[in-house]
Design a protein around this ligand. Structure first.
Ligand SMILES: *Cc1c(COP(=O)(O)O)cnc(C)c1O
Length: 371
């Protein structure tokens, strides 16, 4: 199966090999050495500045989200949530469950958060925490993190970034932008198996940890394992091996190069799809290069296309939240952003749509952008 969903992503043979290593204990010296190397790699991925906590929680990306919110805010704290789709709404659900005094600022589906609206809202009251999803997977929108980070920094609030669809595929500097907490999921842009939530918590974030942080998601307990190398919980060591290899691959290639790879393929795939009558869902100028969200041509159902592709060995996703039933979502994260996978995609799409020559048309266009 060619996995072109916006997570999980195909895994590299080197990562697959790491996953098959011999089982060891979570406090085995070899595993602890692996953890130290993972922290060094995460330091390059997030660039959180001195004194930061770097680790990977055992759980999916959503644990990274929940832990960020619950460690940085307490019941009754003023929290501003910037929402542009399903994953932003997930932050609202968490804020509701933990009874924060939260305010939600929403963008129109397919459009990014307007920094001007954020600036207006920040004038009204002091916020303890502002949270943003960098790349919204449900709509394929990339939010203007630099502009928003500047406003939050001037306001003095803590700033949390969901970097699930961007970290590992684009350069990010938490210390330059003033981000206190950023997280991702191992199965997205890093193309490791699902099951770990890598994150970075800045020195300032550590100093502002709230009073009630749960137990399993208490970041000070996570630090006991990752920094003091003591027992907190039994970590999935094979996933640690796989994550280390995936991080190495990402850093060997370079984050700028990975971003370029995704952008070139995004542009090529979208231009050919547009010729076939598909159209991008996200507004121009705010498109996330790692998730291509397209409306099908008029008269065609997304589900029909999706099922036709699946029957031919290509797995893509339909819409969720604001885009449910309306779009196809194609992953360009990590190992999914490879021309050979999209060659197979266009061959299958040609069969589904009854159009010949798509594979060749794709190859010709690719030749023009020089991979
Ligand atoms: C996938 C995703 C998540 C949640 O990750 P899970 O691993 O599915 O829990 C959070 N935010 C964004 C933007 C995502 O794409």
């Amino acid at each position: 199966m060619v996995l072109l969903t916006p997570g999980p992503t195909p895994i590299h043979p080197r990562v697959q090999t790491a996953l098959g290593k011999e089982m060891r204990g979570h406090l085995d010296p070899e595993v602890l050495a692996t953890n130290r190397r993972i922290r060094e790699h995460l330091n390059k991925l997030f660039d959180p500045g001195p004194g930061a906590l770097l680790a990977a929680m055992p759980g999916s990306g959503s644990l990274g989200m929940e832990a960020g919110l619950t460690n940085l805010a307490d019941e009754g704290d003023a929290v501003l949530l910037l929402v542009s789709g399903t994953f932003g709404e997930r932050m609202v659900e968490i804020a509701h469950a933990y009874q924060f005094d939260y305010k939600v600022l929403r963008s129109e589906p397919g459009h990014p958060i307007d920094p001007q609206a954020v600036a207006e809202e920040l004038k009204h009251r002091p916020y303890k925490l502002v949270a943003l999803v960098h790349g919204e997977t449900s709509t394929g929108v990339l939010n203007p993190v630099e502009e928003i980070a500047e406003l939050v920094q001037a306001h003095g609030a803590l700033f949390m970034l969901d970097a699930v669809t961007t970290a590992g595929m684009m350069p990010l500097s938490m210390q330059k932008l003033g981000i206190d907490y950023a997280f991702t999921g191992s199965q997205k842009c890093l193309s490791a198996p699902p099951g770990l939530a890598p994150f970075a918590l800045s020195q300032r974030g550590r100093e502002c940890l709230g009073q009630v942080r749960g137990w399993y998601s208490d970041l000070s307990r996570v630090a006991v394992y990752w920094e003091q190398e003591g027992y907190f919980c039994t970590s999935p060591v094979l996933l640690h091996y796989a994550l280390e290899e995936a991080l190495k691959l990402a850093l060997e290639e370079g984050l700028e190069n990975r971003q370029k790879r995704a952008e070139l393929l995004y542009g090529t795939v979208l231009s050919l799809l547009e010729e076939l009558g598909f159209s991008a869902y996200a507004a121009e100028g705010a498109r996330l290069p790692t998730v291509l969200v397209v409306r099908p041509p008029q008269g065609l159902e997304e589900a029909e296309i999706r099922k036709g592709l699946y029957a031919r060995g290509v797995s893509v996703a339909g819409g969720i939240g604001p885009t449910a039933g309306k779009v196809l979502r194609l992953g360009l994260m990590g190992e999914s952003a490879r021309p050979e996978h999209y060659r197979v995609f266009f061959k299958a799409l040609g069969e589904v749509l009854g159009k010949s020559g798509l594979e060749r048309a794709f190859e010709e266009r690719l030749g023009l952008v020089a991979f």
